[in-house]
Design a protein around this ligand. Structure first.
Ligand code: GLN
Length: 534
């Protein structure tokens, strides 16, 4: 029978529920259990796909085409196993289902209410994962902070599930903050006591407290927390602030979080945790023999979370190369022909990021032109590839005013154009070309060198594509289309013939990087940057 673990957050947001959930999952996975992680987000958007990156950071995309919270990226990077639409549920989606059921008459004339209809739908979505995929353990992270109005239906659903499943099959981990008062030179437990009271008000007694702190917690504090929050002393777990999120599984191992969970859920031991690969990765991460600096050209750069998976992909592929990768965010709106050389003078390579809309597009063109002409390693992702095509059309093919119709619908040369299937679509939510599609790679190309395979699957999130009527001219002039979708003939990868490393993809490789499998294109790009530097 599947066991269920809920992770709630107290005191403040941003304590790292996603990382704690992913770390616990990693430890349990390394002990031979099959685990998945799910996130509930208490906002009313049906998914984060329509959210501006400034609001909520990057929108992560799964194989099955779900647009999800960026925490799901950590779940995949840690566990190296794919998540799906079922792993991310918002309040909007819950309500959408319930309202749809009501319209279909499924409630047989009953008054539709938060309890039981919304809570039942929450419960159904938790159980679904365990039932469909036969996981030993489902970890469900509840977004938001205990005490928020939006969280109440979720807490009620958790309370009911604990009552139904029993404490051997269902447990609650509460992640909380122990603030340090400089004046008193003391860690304070009162905010935690209050947030546990808040949980108890909702009828939930947490089983385990994970305490985020910047200072070691003493036995005295552990005892105090245990006594006043009504948990066992061994269930008070320290989560000290770490210099890297990838260290957290080891910190949790040291604190025996996995052990406590196994005991409480009466799970039968399978094996000792096997973290050999993980530790090797950390070893390479902490002892780099090389160092490079890469410019990340985008327009949401003020917010690191907007390009989370790209930063993490650099870190993971950097470790694979024993190379420290310094990523310098550069605002595309700040790039002009006369100053770009100076701006890029310290860089060993550039990545032009995905994006939407006209703002900052011309600066991206400037960046690509510089990289192309100066043989600086260049990696383009999605809009980054489209930019490379527009730049080549304008400056090599001589097509004056060439553009993507996203930026200028009246361009005389529509080298990037809306995909046919998109032309009738009016709604914005969930309507892009999303998720995993195959791509065939030509041999003797940079892409082939990286993947060492002619057939790959990669994830997508776009509406526009390379206009195939320009393909022949582009190829003749030296921009090769080296990755093609075998069914639709859509161009997935372009590269330049006479350039040390100029590769751009319509798909998003950053969504398929994990600790165990850093992405081949990122690995290969970093190698090119190292060569360029030396
Ligand atoms: N705006 C472009 C498109 O929709 C690129 C999207 C992206 O970079 N994710 O095709």
């Amino acid at each position: 029978m599947t066991k269920y673990i809920f992770v709630t957050g107290g005191v403040t947001s941003s304590l790292g529920k996603g990382i704690i959930s992913a770390s616990l999952a990693k430890l349990l996975q390394s002990r031979g259990f099959s685990v998945t992680i799910q996130k509930f987000d208490p906002y009313i958007n049906v998914d984060p796909g329509t959210l501006n990156p400034y609001e909520h950071g990057e929108c992560y995309v799964t194989d099955d085409g779900a647009e999800t919270d960026l925490d799901l990226g950590y779940y995949e990077r840690f566990l190296n196993s794919p998540v799906s639409q079922a792993n991310n549920v918002t309040t909007g989606r819950i309500y959408q289902t319930v309202i749809q059921n009501e319209r279909e008459g499924k409630y047989l004339g009953k008054t539709v209410q938060v309890i039981p209809h919304i809570t039942d739908e929450i419960r159904r979505r938790v159980m679904l994962l365990g039932q469909n995929d036969n996981f030993d353990i489902v970890i469900t992270e509840l977004g938001g902070t205990v005490g928020d109005i939006e969280s109440l239906p979720y807490l009620e659903a958790v309370r009911q599930m604990r009552w139904d499943l029993g404490t051997d099959n269902c447990l609650v981990i509460h992640l909380t903050l122990l603030p340090y008062l400089e004046a008193a030179k003391e860690l304070k437990t009162k905010p935690t006591q209050h947030s546990v009271k808040e949980l108890q008000n909702a009828g939930i007694q947490p089983d385990i407290l994970v305490c985020r702190t910047d200072h070691d917690i003493t036995n005295n504090i552990r005892r105090k927390l245990a006594l006043f929050c009504n948990v066992e002393i061994s269930s008070v777990i320290e989560a000290i602030t770490a210099d890297s999120v990838y260290v957290v599984p080891l910190l949790m191992l040291k604190e025996k979080l996995d052990r406590v969970v196994i005991n409480k859920l009466k799970l039968r031991e399978r094996k000792e945790p096997d973290l050999k690969n993980w530790k090797e990765f950390l070893g390479r991460l902490k002892n780099p023999t090389n160092e490079i600096t890469i410019g990340l050209i985008g327009k949401y750069i003020e917010l690191k979370d907007a390009y989370k998976s790209i930063y993490e992909s650099f870190l993971l592929a950097g470790a694979a190369n024993e190379c420290e990768v310094n990523v310098i965010p550069i605002h595309s709106e700040s790039l002009y022909e006369d100053t770009v050389a100076q701006k890029f003078s310290e860089l060993d390579g550039i990545l032009v990021a995905p994006g939407f809309g006209e703002r900052g597009f011309e600066g991206k063109i400037t960046a690509v032109k510089y990289a192309r002409e100066n043989k600086l390693p260049f990696f383009g992702i999605c809009l980054g590839m489209q930019t490379a095509v527009v730049e080549y059309a304008r400056n090599v093919l001589g097509l004056v005013g060439a553009n993507s119709t996203e930026m200028n619908p009246k361009t005389p040369h529509k080298v990037i154009d809306l995909m046919d299937e998109q032309k009738q679509i009016k709604e914005l939510g969930g309507t892009m070309r999303l998720g995993s599609y195959p791509c065939t790679i030509k041999e003797k190309t940079k892409a082939f060198e990286a993947y060492n395979s002619t057939s790959i699957l990669e994830r997508h999130r776009h509406r526009y594509e390379l206009n195939n009527s320009f393909r022949k001219d582009l190829e003749k002039a030296g921009m090769l289309c080296t990755g093609i979708n075998p069914q639709t003939d859509l161009v997935e990868i372009v590269e330049l013939k006479d350039h040390p490393w100029f590769v751009a993809s319509q798909f998003h490789p950053e969504y398929k990087s994990s600790v165990e499998e850093p992405h081949p294109l990122f690995v290969s790009f970093i190698q090119a940057c190292i060569i360029n530097k030396n």
